[in-house]
Design a protein around this ligand. Structure first.
Ligand code: DAS
Length: 361
């Protein structure tokens, strides 16, 4: 401060500056916390075990959403949280009907001005599938974050509470807007399209091995380093608002010495689409190919995927898809290709249009 000003004036200016900074900080602190709704569906994050060392062989889906929220009082520092118990199931029992009900509830809530983001607590077994289904059917840019746990809340070093805290602060963050449906476990942020459960039981199970995670959550803040290049949410063409069922699409697995029995049974049971999770780059065994061709002739849409887990399933690579009128799954896993094909079949059975969807989403 200049020395030729009268001391009284200098002190007045310094006091004014201090008051301005103090008011600024109060204004910042009073800045409204985001409104985040937690939709609870069950799973290990709501599970309980017989002892603190029980990390497998516990019971999933036993703890209610209010208890989950009460177990993490720090949630109130990052968001205004409300809880809804939409289901209470182990996620191996998730059905198409659960998905339709969940997507409709999410879209209804996100259309409300008083909901800024949604967290869905979910079993880890099918979490990646529910996330991708919502990635293609949520009609909002507001954050939707799926979270689970690899250990029940009763276990030593349970991962559920910190995963829930991170998921809520992510859903409350402006940085998560427009990123598509996100999956947050183990301090990492993954895209719904590319994440998968890669280990039966360890806390670092959710990975995006080659295409890469989107970012991290560290010290109560999300850090994004990349974004998906594929369309999702408001840019997706699928509308489930009036649907009560989804077309039946099943998966057949390729392996040495495979035969056509499972495929023929699924087609006979009325499958409208078949995902062939082939060995390698989606190779078709000579024992199965004729049954796939026959199914196609009956109008069943065939998608060639791979059991391998990473890499592009190339059209016209291991089979002449142009000639067979099959669809190539690109980089989608078999379980996610099933979801995209189900939604595609709600709009068209034209394989050229469906192939374009596999290059778009
Ligand atoms: N059975 C598992 C499930 O509900 C438990 C879990 O890992 O969440 O997906």
């Amino acid at each position: 401060m200049s020395h030729n000003l009268p001391d009284r004036l200098v002190r007045t200016v310094q006091t004014l500056l201090a008051c301005t900074m103090l008011l600024g900080s109060y204004a910042g602190a009073a800045e409204k916390l985001a409104n985040v709704t937690i939709l609870a569906t069950g799973g290990t994050i709501a599970g309980s075990g017989a002892s603190a060392t029980t990390t497998v062989g516990y019971t999933a889906a036993t703890v209610g959403v209010d208890t989950l929220i009460k177990a993490v009082p720090e949630l109130s520092n990052v968001a205004q949280v409300k809880g809804e118990q939409v289901f209470q199931i182990a996620s191996e029992n998730m059905t198409n009907e659960h998905w339709l009900a969940l997507a409709k509830r999410v879209n209804t809530l996100l259309a409300q001005a008083d909901v800024d983001g949604i967290v869905i607590t979910h079993g880890t077994d099918t979490l990646e599938e529910t996330a991708y289904f919502l990635d293609l059917t949520v009609k909002s840019k507001k954050p939707v974050v799926l979270v689970g746990a690899m250990r029940p809340g009763t276990a030593l070093s349970a991962d559920g509470p910190i995963n829930l805290y991170n998921a809520v602060l992510l859903a409350a963050s402006r940085d998560a807007v427009g990123k598509g449906v996100l999956v947050a476990l183990n301090d990492q942020i993954h895209s719904a399209r590319d994440v998968s459960k890669t280990n039966t039981s360890t806390p670092d199970s959710f990975k995006t091995p080659e295409l890469g995670l989107l970012g991290y959550i560290q010290g109560g803040k999300p850090y994004f380093y990349r974004a998906s290049t594929r369309k999702h949410t408001v840019d997706a063409e699928f509308d489930v608002s009036k649907l009560t069922t989804l077309p039946q699409v099943d998966i057949v697995y390729g392996y040495a010495n495979v035969g056509p029995v499972a495929l023929n049974a699924l087609v006979a049971a009325g499958a409208k689409g078949i995902i062939h999770a082939g060995v390698g780059d989606g190779s078709l065994a000579a024992t199965v190919k004729p049954a796939l061709v026959a199914a196609r002739k009956q109008g069943v849409v065939i998608v060639r995927a791979s059991r391998v887990g990473q890499g592009i399933l190339a059209r016209n690579g291991e089979a002449n898809d142009d000639e067979l009128d099959f669809v190539a799954a690109d980089t989608l896993s078999a379980q996610k290709a099933r979801i995209l094909l189900m939604l595609a079949l709600t709009k068209t059975s034209d394989t050229k249009a469906i192939q374009q969807m596999f290059y778009t989403y």
